[in-house]
Design a protein around this ligand. Structure first.
Ligand code: IPE
Ligand code: IPE
Ligand code: MG
Length: 252
């Protein structure tokens, strides 16, 4: 008899009901390093290994969109030594991973106030986005210098300008029009949002887009998170009943 626990999480996933878009708040790098008596940046370096594994694992499974909270607008307030180290890590990681992204047919994308990034970082990022733009597999979106409230305020501003210029009537400002003015206009809403490190908050991430996402929290720290953990989260997601305001009888 085959028992469930000798079957891996991956094998138990129903591929016909995969979340199309998974968003992750990758948290806990600093605590992971501290627990090992190391500097916080050691945690960020190890977090990159988790990113690599999860990107590969998601692509392999058939997830279409993966959006990773990489650096928030609020993270600029960290000590400058950490900010600088993270930006350098970003540049070196893009350089190192670009070959792998091409091999795995991954299309890189970024959301956030990218103009805030240091010049070199910004250029490397745009270069990698351009280079992978023809790829047709997983769309990997990095949220960088990202603030959801800022994104929403920016959308309101864009819409106001269009109304002012007579391109849009106020009555035509629908949810769809609003969504079209967000950084995420070319992405579907995430069905599943994962946060690591045992923190139960959203930290200004995708506030509009996660209106009906299933939330999954794990105590694992990001550098310990691997594709198996992603599969476990997806399996948990598949056990939930998504009712969208209706009754259980209606959705069944
Ligand atoms: C997440 O880990 C990475 C970034 C926010 C850049 P943290 O650096 O927040 O790690 P903790 O939460 O302090 O452990
Ligand atoms: C959120 O993590 C941002 C990223 C994961 C990039 P933080 O560690 O910055 O979140 P808070 O400040 O503890 O909520
Ligand atoms: Mg944190």
């Amino acid at each position: 008899m085959v028992s469930n626990n000798i079957m891996g999480y991956k094998e138990q996933i129903d591929l016909s009901r995969l979340p199309e878009h998974v968003a992750i708040i990758m948290d806990g790098n600093g605590r992971w390093a501290k627990g090992k008596g190391k500097l916080r940046i050691f945690g960020h370096h190890n977090g990159v290994l988790s990113v690599r594994d999860v990107v590969e694992g998601a692509g392999e499974l058939g997830v279409k969109y993966l959006t990773l909270y990489t650096f928030s607008a609020e993270n600029w307030n960290r000590p400058s030594i950490e900010v600088t180290a993270i930006m350098e890590l970003l540049v070196s990681t893009i350089n190192k991973e670009i070959k792998k992204l091409m091999q795995n047919n991954v299309r890189l994308n970024a959301i956030g106030d990218l103009n805030m990034l240091p010049g070199k970082c910004h250029r490397e990022l745009l270069g990698a986005i351009e280079k992978t733009s023809g790829n047709t597999g997983l769309v990997l979106t990095l949220a960088l210098s990202y603030s959801s409230r800022r994104e929403l305020a920016q959308a309101a501003k864009n819409i106001a300008l269009k109304v002012q210029q007579g391109e849009l009537n106020p009555e035509d400002v629908t949810e769809e029009v609003f969504a079209q003015n967000l950084y995420t206009h070319n992405l579907p809403d995430p069905e599943l949002l994962i946060r690591t490190s045992g923190e139960f908050r959203i930290s200004n991430y995708l506030l509009w887009q996660i209106a009906y996402a299933e939330l999954y929290f794990t105590h694992k720290l990001w550098p310990d998170f691997r594709r198996e953990d992603l599969y476990e989260a997806i399996l948990d997601y598949q056990k939930r009943e998504r009712r969208f305001g209706m009754t259980s009888e209606q959705v069944n």
